[in-house]
Design a protein. Structure first.
Length: 483
């Protein structure tokens, strides 16, 4: 009898476990029938489909699977790209109802749920926020459109009251449900309250950067990096993106420091760490802003290539390692590698022998149409700065000397240092990452790299700035225009 009892107990536990380890979401859409609907989820900055279901003639459907859903913010997609959101946490057997409408806010306001306390709470929150948003739109319109100062002030006061009501509602949710998924995602969006800056005895602020520094230092105070539920929401990715876009100085060394800071925080959760590292790596690997390859090299060497990214494929890591080898010698600020070359008169020379305030290194081939155009644009710029101490090393990358000599004559390049390395002994392709032409580098008097992969127009902007020449064109951000 005891053996039979134990067996029945085991069966009961297995049934209980299987019943728990699944999701079963019953959906009823009033006003919609015989249609396919989709269950999807947010992940970082993307949306993914997880399941499909078919509404019957009464507007009923079920999303179900033996495997539980990862916790986070989900949505149901209806015909016409109409969605309403679900919160998925521990309770994954529940029902949800909505009324179909072509206006998304009407659908959201019609949602109700049973069997999922997180969803019930989220529905109440969304409907509260929708009402406040409608009021805020009307009040902002009064502020912008009214010519009556009293009406404007009244609208501003009402907006402040709305803000306080929203804030109070958030605080209530945090207090009543501190570990809930809604509390977690609201915390990602919670803004830092900046105190009054320090002042001297005369009431004057003593630090004009106080607000910025305080806000930046406390930007992540409310983000729980150990909670991977926030990753499956539409809020984590923009939070990180905004930090680097608005609060970090857009210089490689500053970005490197901040990447390390954020990744240290992300270590609290393996999935968040993996996503954050991948996000930052892709961001700076694909950046068109000149100099950001230094960030790429830092992330590659300090995270991917030293064993801290165990999930990464070995073949992919080999490609990353090769790319680092190609890029690292020509990072901006580094001293450029010397180039040993022969002139078209068969004289042996080197880059380091060129004594100049600035040296332009130009890689080209005469048969390339883009190279011809670039040479034509580059020549008058270099002539303009030649007397100021700017020299050009023009490296012919191919091996047909007759073609090269003819090109020098046609383009009148006699005041350039014209070089070639037909036997590829100098390694210029590797040291300067010459995988396509034309390619322009700018070096300072010590042969440190000032700029690279720039076009003639950008080169002129930089030299104008270096020599204090007024220009109608502004070079606030110089983009890397690689071929």
């Amino acid at each position: 009898m005891s053996k039979v009892y134990s067996f029945l107990t085991l069966i009961s536990l297995l049934i209980s476990f299987n019943s728990y380890s699944q999701y079963n979401i019953k959906v009823h859409i009033d006003g919609l029938k015989d249609s396919t609907i989709y269950l999807g989820n947010y992940f970082g900055d993307k949306q993914y489909a997880k399941d499909t279901a078919k509404l019957d003639s009464k507007g009923n459907a079920v999303f179900s699977n033996k495997k539980m859903l990862d916790k986070g913010v989900y949505f149901i997609l209806l015909p016409g790209n109409i969605i309403f959101e679900l919160l998925i946490d521990k309770e994954q057997v529940f029902s949800v109802n909505a009324k179909y409408d072509t206006i998304p806010s009407n659908v959201a306001n019609s949602v109700s749920a049973k069997g999922n306390s997180d969803m019930v709470q989220y529905v109440e929150y969304q409907q509260f926020m929708n009402k406040k948003s409608e009021l805020a739109i009307d009040l902002r319109k009064r502020v912008n459109d009214s010519s009556d100062e009293a009406i404007k002030q009244n609208a501003k006061d009402s907006l402040q009251i709305l803000h306080e009501e929203v804030k109070a509602n958030w605080e209530r949710i945090h207090k009543e449900s501190p570990g809930s998924i809604l509390s977690a995602i609201l915390n990602v969006n919670k803004e830092v309250e900046i105190p009054e800056p320090p002042k001297d005895e005369n009431g004057k602020e003593t630090d004009d950067q106080f607000r910025y520094k305080y806000y930046k230092a406390h930007y992540f105070d409310y983000v729980d990096f150990s909670d991977d539920r926030i990753l499956r929401s539409q809020f984590y990715h923009p939070k990180i993106e905004r930090y680097f876009k608005q609060l970090v100085v857009p210089a490689p060394d500053s970005i490197i420091k901040e990447c390390a800071y954020v990744l240290k925080k992300a270590e609290a959760n393996e999935e968040i760490y993996q996503y954050t590292l991948s996000m930052l790596f892709n961001k700076y690997n694909s950046s068109k802003v000149m100099g950001m390859d230094k960030v790429f090299v830092f992330l590659a060497e300090n995270y991917y290539l030293n064993g801290q990214a165990e999930w990464a494929d070995s073949a992919w890591l080999s490609k990353v390692r090769k790319r680092v080898i190609d890029i690292k010698p020509n990072i901006i600020g580094n001293r450029a590698a010397d180039i040993k070359y022969y002139t078209n008169n068969n004289e042996y020379r080197s880059l380091y022998m060129i004594d100049a305030e600035y040296t332009i290194v130009f890689f080209y081939e005469p048969g390339c149409g883009h190279c011809k155009r670039t040479t034509g644009e580059l020549k008058p710029i270099t002539d303009k700065f030649w007397e100021k101490g700017v020299e050009v090393l023009a490296m012919y990358t191919q091996t047909e000397k007759e073609e090269w000599d003819k090109f020098i004559e046609e383009k009148d390049l006699h005041n350039w240092h014209n070089g070639w390395d037909p036997n590829h002994q100098s390694g210029f392709r590797q040291f300067y990452d010459v995988y396509a032409t034309p390619l322009i580098y700018l070096l300072d008097k010590d042969k440190n790299i000032v700029a690279k992969r720039i076009d003639p127009e950008t080169l002129e902007l930089i030299l104008n700035e270096k020599y204090g020449i007024e220009s109608d064109k502004k070079a606030e951000i110089i983009e890397e225009k690689a071929e």
